[in-house]
Design a protein around this ligand. Structure first.
Ligand SMILES: Cc1cc2nc3c(=O)[nH]c(=O)nc-3n(C[C@H](O)[C@H](O)[C@H](O)COP(=O)(O)OP(=O)(O)OC[C@H]3O[C@@H](n4cnc5c(N)ncnc54)[C@H](O)[C@@H]3O)c2cc1C
Length: 377
């Protein structure tokens, strides 16, 4: 590995930890700096579709993810009363043909433990202050006063990335006019082996398997003003948003009793134009391509970024050539997810006003994009 021996990753979320594991797997030393003093990862889950399953297998943590999460075989689109009118089976991606849901905390614990096992240095409670590229290294000053020289710096610090802003200039995410509410619940005994999405007149809701005994319920609401919500009323408000639904959702709704258990997130989007590097500084994950959750693939594409980077660095190409190939392999694929998700947002907003044109076929768009993303990355 003549070109790159030592990498700094800024941000130790799903993308940063996975990238560190992938790089260590090909013999590159990595160090992560994470701004949180102590990790605070919420307990509701994350949907890992077949492409996420494949890439988690590629970094060597899939068995653990399946053991601690819940694999399931299909997506069901349902009426507000819970009658399935369309199904999409899990796609074959690599060796597997499953989707999986898992608590974010569990996924984090798996990635963190694997990173430590691989020898990644993780420093909490700090970030970068200065990033300065020299001829053959990047000089970095950290907020605790320490300094370091690295062959490469990877910005994996999420949608409001400081690294991106330092290197590419200020770029603001765009709020899309919707928010997502999530709550962890006990799994109904007779729930099918599926992720269910319910399309209501006002909102879209869903039930995501998370373990043998648990699911999380989500609901996507229209929030044109992005208004503040009283924290002690979140449970009452979330229950109200679910009133239009029957089926399993009406059974589960009464489990929403604790305002602190509600994870409420306004949603935003951002796509950095390619290339995602300036010299020896590369931006990946949400920092480069933050997608709304409508295709549930933001985590998958963040992890893929790290694996593709490791694959290219392993080939010992001149760095600029590696980055050009990285852009070629990653940009269109990530753009597809960001743009398809934005289209689904627009269509859902139109649907909530009863104005969705007939030719806008959500099932078809979700199916086609999911099938496309199951192709090799
Ligand atoms: C409501 C919602 C639901 C979603 N559901 C799904 C889903 O079901 N499936 C899916 O695949 N995707 C989903 N996503 C998207 C997914 O969560 C993201 O795409 C994924 O987390 C991106 O990983 P990341 O590591 O790039 O960023 P992040 O997960 O945001 O991690 C960034 C890390 O960097 C740290 N950090 C931030 N700033 C700094 C700094 N200056 N210095 C150092 N560290 C810093 C943060 O603390 C964090 O640990 C969802 C997103 C939203 C908003």
């Amino acid at each position: 590995m003549a070109n790159v021996k030592k990498v700094l990753i800024v941000g130790g979320g799903i993308g940063g930890l996975s990238t560190a594991i992938a790089l260590e797997n090909v013999g590159i030393k990595t160090e992560i700096v994470e701004i949180q003093k102590e990790y605070d990862v919420y307990g509701v889950g994350v949907i890992l579709q077949s492409n996420a399953v494949r890439v988690l297998d590629d970094i060597g943590v899939l068995d653990e993810v399946i053991a601690r999460g819940k694999s399931y075989e299909r997506l069901q689109m349902c009426s507000p009363q819970g009658h399935a009118f369309h199904e999409l089976p899990a796609q074959q991606a690599g060796k597997h043909k499953i989707n999986c849901g898992i608590s974010r905390k569990e996924l984090h614990n798996i990635l963190y433990a694997e990173a430590i096992k691989k020898g990644v240095t993780i420093r909490l409670g700090l970030t970068v202050d200065v990033i300065q590229e020299n001829e053959d290294a990047v000089y970095v000053e950290f907020t605790d006063g320490s300094i370091g020289d690295y062959d490469l710096v990877v910005g994996a610090d999420g949608i409001n990335s400081k690294v991106r802003n330092l290197v590419f200039g200020e770029l603001k995410p765009k709020f899309v006019g919707q928010a997502v509410w999530r709550y962890k619940m006990n799994r109904p005994k007779d729930m099918p082996d599926a992720l269910q999405m319910y399309f209501g007149k006002k909102n879209k809701a869903g039930i995501v398997p998370m373990s043998e005994d648990t699911v999380y319920v989500f609901v996507v609401t229209k929030e044109p003003d992005n208004s503040w919500k009283p924290e002690d009323q979140l449970h009452v408000l979330m229950k109200e948003t679910l009133e239009e639904f029957g089926g399993f959702i009406s059974e589960l709704r009464d489990q929403i009793v604790d305002p602190k258990g509600v994870v409420y997130r306004p949603i935003s989007t951002l796509l950095l134009d390619k290339p995602w590097n300036r010299g020896r500084v590369l931006i990946i994950g949400d920092a480069a391509h933050a997608t709304t959750p409508h295709m549930a693939m933001g985590a998958a594409i963040a992890i893929e970024d790290g694996v593709v980077l490791a694959e290219l660095l392993k080939q010992d190409l001149p760095l600029e050539e590696a980055f050009t190939t990285f852009s070629e392999r990653r940009f269109e694929r990530c753009k597809l997810i960001v743009e398809t998700s934005n289209t689904l947002v627009e269509w859902e907003l139109l649907m909530s006003e009863g104005k969705l044109p007939k030719e806008c076929n959500m099932n078809q768009l979700i199916d086609e994009t999911t099938i496309k993303m199951a192709e090799a990355y």
